[in-house]
Design a protein around this ligand. Structure first.
Ligand code: ADP
Ligand code: MG
Length: 320
């Protein structure tokens, strides 16, 4: 049974790549790292009921499991190449596997990511995807490197995914199209791969927003040894978020909600226009939301000019 499931996954995710010398089917994959490139590796686990709601469509689960990992590669400025999938399933459910593999393949196909191996076991529904990508030596974007005076930017818009989760978890009288747009951001995040590549050699620090903007910006602060000041009035919200929620709710989702998978990065102010133009050329909006300062930690200025005191900084799996 296990092997029939693996065959179904292999058929549905087939992606020809010359650098895959040996893919699914042997004890391990054999992969050719391009000469003169560094290998960038990341892994993320998604557990049903923790990282996606019970009842999420299998194709959405497959998409998201890969998307959150490609987002990590994007944040490093890496070009994606290969993935591994460790799958734990309560039952050998063929329809579920087909849906999962199709959602995975829809996103993998956009970036020519080859699934080259994995593991399949029985257990609670969970997926670990590992991804590998390439950067020229020394050019990976990291969380360290932000300097006082740099501008702080985010791609796209913030808060939709958390608002989408809120819609699923509570009764709301939000219009169906608006609700679908928000839930769509939760279930089908679009990793900012092209933006990450364009930020190589331009951004001083970069990460992807997975746990909420405040928590994630806090990582840039500690890694770079700086502070950050954000203006709440500058936070970019989608039309759907504006239509469905007031300013205070939108700000809460944007600052402390998770799952946005936008890139948050810092840029020396002299390069701000160049970076925004370059991202615009790729169809990726980037908004300046604040600046890097000497000091430590993240502060947010409210629309009235006073500093906000957020109750919760973001998602922490081991918070008491
Ligand atoms: P082994 O017991 O040697 O680890 P397995 O029987 O677990 O091998 O796997 C057989 C082949 O199928 C291997 O190439 C493995 O990488 C691949 N594989 C297993 N599960 C998955 C999966 N969920 N997705 C992709 N490839 C998988
Ligand atoms: Mg083996």
């Amino acid at each position: 049974m296990e092997f029939r499931l693996i065959d179904r996954i292999r058929e549905r995710t087939a992606q020809p790549r010359d650098d895959v010398r040996l893919g699914i089917g042997d004890d391990a994959a054999v992969l050719a790292v391009p000469a003169g490139q560094e290998l960038v590796a990341a892994i993320d686990t998604m557990v049903e009921g923790v990282h996606f709601p019970v009842g999420t469509a299998p194709a959405d689960i497959g998409w998201k499991a890969l998307a959150v990992n490609l987002s990590d590669l994007a944040a490093m400025g890496a070009a994606p190449a290969w993935a591994l999938l460790a799958l734990s399933l309560p039952r050998p459910d063929v329809d579920f596997i087909d849906g999962l593999a199709e959602g995975f393949a829809q996103l993998a196909g956009q970036y020519r990511v080859a699934l080259v191996g994995g593991d399949t076991t029985r257990g609670v529904l969970s997926l670990s995807v590992a991804v590998h990508g390439f950067v020229p030596p020394g050019q990976a974007l990291t969380r360290a490197g932000a300097q006082a005076g740099d501008a702080v930017l985010v791609t796209g818009s913030l808060g939709d995914a958390a608002a989408g989760l809120h819609c699923l978890q509570s009764q709301t009288d939000i219009q169906a199209a608006t609700r679908d747009a928000l839930v769509g951001r939760l279930n089908r995040p679009m990793p900012r791969v092209a933006a990450g590549l364009a930020l190589r050699g331009r951004a001083s620090a970069c990460l992807d927003v997975s746990d909420g903007l405040l928590a994630d910006l806090g990582h840039i602060c500690s890694a770079s040894g700086v502070g950050v000041e954000i203006d709440a009035a500058l936070l970019p919200y989608s039309p759907a978020l504006r239509a469905a929620f007031d300013e205070t709710a939108a700000r809460g989702f944007a600052l402390t909600g998770g799952d946005d998978y936008e890139l948050c990065f810092t840029v020396p102010s002299a390069r701000l226009d160049e970076v925004r133009d370059e991202l615009a050329r790729l169809g990726c909006a980037a908004t300046c939301i604040g600046r890097v300062v000497a000091g430590a930690g993240v502060r947010v200025r409210g629309t009235d000019g006073a500093w906000l005191e957020p109750a919760r900084q973001g998602w922490d799996h081991f918070a008491p």
